[in-house]
Design a protein around this ligand. Sequence first.
Ligand code: ADP
Ligand code: MG
Length: 228
Amino acid sequence: MIEISDVVKSYPLGEGEVVAVDHLSLTVEAGEFVAIVGRSGSGKTTLLNLLAGIDRPTSGIVRAAGADLGALSESGLAEWRGRNVGLVFQFFQLLPTLTVAENVMLPMDFAAKIPAVRRRDRALELLARVGIADQAGKLPAMLSGGQQQRAAIARALANDPPLLLADEPTGNLDSHTADAVLEVFADLNTEGRTIVVVTHERDIRSIVGREIVLADGRIITDDDVVTT
Ligand code: ADP
Ligand code: MG
């Protein structure tokens, strides 16, 4: 599902540069649930943005969900992303003037993968799937943080993407709500979806199958988690 080889991402800084991702290689098989952990500034967000084709590497190859991202144009990347990647962020990033259901329908309208006549029903099904069917007609501001993140997960599932990428999805939630949101990801993984989640949750190892620790843009450890 993911294969990145010798990827470097550097940003200019004054006279020099910051190397955010430093000759990193990584393979993730379809169906894996992977946590990426590491201190602030270790390169987690940069790595996720490279996987999502939001950023391009300075050098190296990124393959994800069937595409060599370096071979795609900007519009090709946007189309690939819309159909193949679900993104979840720390601050939800729902559009405030659209209802929750409309937020979930929006990626379907962009990608045109789901037939137009199916989109509203599908949005309601996805909201039911994440446990907030009763919030569909409300504006995002009327929802709790946990409910907003569930809505964002439903939106990420809009086009039935094989790959879900989440950048600190529980970073703005209390610990009880965070656990519930991580359970949603665990269920989605059980159904076969590949998930990469950046997180600071302490007990993430009880949920994921693999934990990768980043420091200074490199992989420090990469462990299969043995669940007993
Ligand atoms: P993390 O998500 O683990 O906190 P980031 O990927 O955001 O780490 O950042 C990794 C490093 O790259 C940091 O040193 C950060 O300051 C730098 N960095 C990230 N994005 C940019 C950018 N757009 N411009 C310049 N430096 C950046
Ligand atoms: Mg980050």
